[in-house]
Design a protein around this ligand. Structure first.
Ligand SMILES: [Zn+2]
Length: 226
């Protein structure tokens, strides 16, 4: 008997470690299509390459590479505005940092839900994480709960669900899960400021390095400083 075809899921793939683990999870359970959004962020070329390489490794053939022009023009974040420096990680978790891109995940989710509706996909995966993160408001569980109400009310059959399988996990647990799933961490990019080697000092690098260290694993990407 032929195995029934898997249901479809759309995965938002930034190219970072969380989205990579999310994609590996989704590939296990669904026929996956991946969306990557470039939005004028400092490391956009490197992240785009990472997303494509991860698709290749995980055999995700259905890809949508999107450019969002609004976020860069709006600015207001160290990631999209050259006049705001990317800070070194000193006060993670105290305030919402300047690397927060205003309401960014809503732009990404809108694209992914639109595509899911066209593809007939049931789920939209996003690798949002709340603990051990920078405290971005669009990574909170309440936000996804509310967003799912919007999706339910605003799509044809109201059956698409945005899922956040990593949201309550600590970064070290995400590393362990990724290793179990064979997620290609070597292809991921997390650094906010550099594209040649990871800087090792921005929030994103520091959180990532801490995660690998507490998972007792070696981060396979090159760093300028550790
Ligand atoms: Zn960095």
């Amino acid at each position: 008997m032929a195995t029934p075809r898997k249901s479809r899921a759309v995965v938002l793939l930034s190219g970072g470690m969380d989205s990579c683990v999310c994609a590996a999870l989704a590939v296990r359970d669904y026929e996956v299509a991946a969306v990557h959004v470039s939005y004028g962020q400092r490391t956009e070329e490197r992240e785009r390459q990472s997303a494509l390489a991860i698709c290749q490794r995980l055999r995700i053939h259905h890809r949508l590479m999107i450019r969002n022009e609004a976020l860069r023009q709006i600015g207001g974040s160290a990631l999209t505005d050259e006049s705001i420096d990317v800070p070194e990680a000193e006060a993670i978790g105290q305030d919402i940092p300047v690397t927060y891109v205003p309401f960014r995940n809503a732009h990404f989710l809108a694209v992914a839900v639109s595509w899911a509706e066209v593809l007939g996909a049931e789920k939209v995966y996003i690798g949002a994480v709340e603990p051990d993160s920078s405290g971005y408001p669009d990574c909170r569980p309440a936000y996804y709960k509310a967003f799912n109400e919007v999706v339910k009310a605003g799509t044809k059959n109201g059956r698409i669900e945005v899922v956040t399988p990593l949201i309550a996990m600590h970064k070290a647990e995400i590393v362990r899960l990724g290793l179990e799933l064979g997620a290609p961490f070597d292809l991921t990019w997390s650094c906010y400021s550099r594209e040649d080697q990871a800087c090792g000092v921005c929030d994103s690098c520091v959180l990532r390095l801490r995660a690998f260290e507490s998972a007792g694993a070696q981060d396979p990407i090159p760093y300028a400083a550790r």
